[in-house]
Ligand binder design. Structure first.
Ligand SMILES: Cc1cc2nc3c(=O)[nH]c(=O)nc-3n(C[C@H](O)[C@H](O)[C@H](O)COP(=O)(O)OP(=O)(O)OC[C@H]3O[C@@H](n4cnc5c(N)ncnc54)[C@H](O)[C@@H]3O)c2cc1C
Length: 350
């Protein structure tokens, strides 16, 4: 089989890249290893996604999928008092809490309707450069002129083609979803800083709430945060978040990487990395999904130097904001978790 563009990964970045290339008339195949079943992390979308979703022509589908409006974020960050930040001054309106599996599936459906051959449940094992393009090793070998790495944080395809990942940290997230008792308000996003990391609470559609603990991987392992007793003990030690653990837990604890990195270069001869593969940001920023949508869309429009400049400048902006926001928490500045982030100390290139 021969195509113009093969996209590996059907998260928001890959689906939007496939949509963009298909709308430009390219023959596109999109490989997504999952069937979009099960919990996906990354549910809170800031107001900045609204113009992006409208420009992509998927606004009506998005609203039909039943996202919950988000009007503000509250946090105990930099002090014990809770401060609220409303979206009332945002030029794009309010944000959203989504069911991310539903959101990602909606974008893949839009790519399929635009003509992309969307193959669910098919993983890309690797790519090999051949004259005039690549052979993509998937369920059947596919020849493609252009390959898009949209596989998320690991960015294995781009790295196998020579790109290098500058890793900033080893943040991990250990999360649990609760079914909130009927009639109990689910509230809005809440953040609480603790000495070795932070907690995050977010409503989900259908009366659910996500509670997540973020910490460096080494601390998380030592404190047993990925175990039921360790996670619950850490939750009990919080000042505020523990009050939000109401209702019935749904499913086991979920442990996922939330580490930051940037890739250089973000595209090369015949290949482009989009979304988290190109720049993975701290979930604290709630900026990952917006970057995924924008990078996927730009990759299809301007894959060369303009795209690399866009990713470089997004990475520089992100690092400055990350260091500033972690620097606001002076109570725990003696702890490496806060100190390294405030100082924008990188880890390694791999
Ligand atoms: C704990 C956590 C919380 C977050 N919270 C938020 C938030 O509230 N708001 C926000 O905006 N962002 C948040 N983010 C970030 C956001 O989820 C990501 O930035 C966004 O999902 C990136 O989209 P993507 O398409 O690049 O990658 P992903 O969403 O990771 O998608 C990658 C896709 O590729 C598929 N895949 C991987 N390897 C292969 C392969 N070899 N072959 C085929 N398919 C493959 C995967 O199944 C997946 O569907 C959060 C991230 C984490 C870890």
């Amino acid at each position: 089989m021969k195509v113009d563009v093969a996209v590996a990964g059907g998260g928001p970045a890959g689906a939007v890249a496939a949509l963009g290339f298909a709308r430009r008339g390219a023959a596109v195949v999109l490989f997504e290893r999952s069937g979009y079943d099960g919990l996906r992390m990354g549910e809170t979308l800031p107001p900045a996604v609204n113009p992006l979703l409208r420009a992509l022509g998927v606004w009506d589908r998005f609203v039909a999928a039943g996202p919950v409006p988000s009007y503000q974020t509250a946090s105990a960050w930099g002090g014990p008092e809770v401060a609220e930040r409303s979206f009332v001054f945002s030029p794009h309106g309010h944000g959203w809490h989504t069911d991310r599996a539903r959101f990602d599936r909606m974008l893949a459906d839009a790519a399929a309707e635009a003509g992309a051959d969307v193959r669910r449940g098919v993983a890309v094992r690797g790519v090999r450069r051949v004259p005039g393009g690549f052979v993509v090793d998937a369920d059947t070998p596919v020849r493609a002129e252009t390959v898009v790495d949209a596989t998320g944080r690991p960015a294995r395809i781009a790295r196998s083609l020579g790109a290098r990942r500058e890793r900033l940290d080893r943040l991990v997230c250990v999360a649990r979803v609760f079914a909130v008792p009927p009639g109990t308000p689910v509230g809005d996003t809440f953040l609480e800083a603790v000495p070795d990391g932070w907690w995050y609470a977010s409503p989900l559609p259908e009366g659910r709430r996500l509670l997540a603990r973020f910490a460096d991987a080494r601390f998380s392992a030592a404190a047993g945060l990925a175990t039921g007793p360790g996670w619950s003990a850490a939750l009990s030690a919080t000042a505020k978040t523990r009050e939000l653990a109401v209702g019935t837990p749904i499913g086991p604890l979920r442990v996922v990487s939330a580490a930051s990195h940037s890739l250089a270069p973000a595209s090369g001869p015949g290949w482009i990395a989009v979304g988290d593969a190109a720049l993975a940001v701290d979930p604290l920023s709630s900026g990952g999904a917006a970057f995924a949508l924008e990078s996927g869309s730009r990759a299809a429009a301007e894959p060369g130097e303009a795209y690399r400049t866009f990713v470089r400048s997004a990475a520089a902006g992100y690092r400055a904001v990350r260091s500033e926001v972690y620097g606001w928490e002076a109570r725990f500045a003696g702890n490496a978790f806060w100190r390294d982030r405030a100082a924008d100390r990188g880890l390694e290139v791999s």
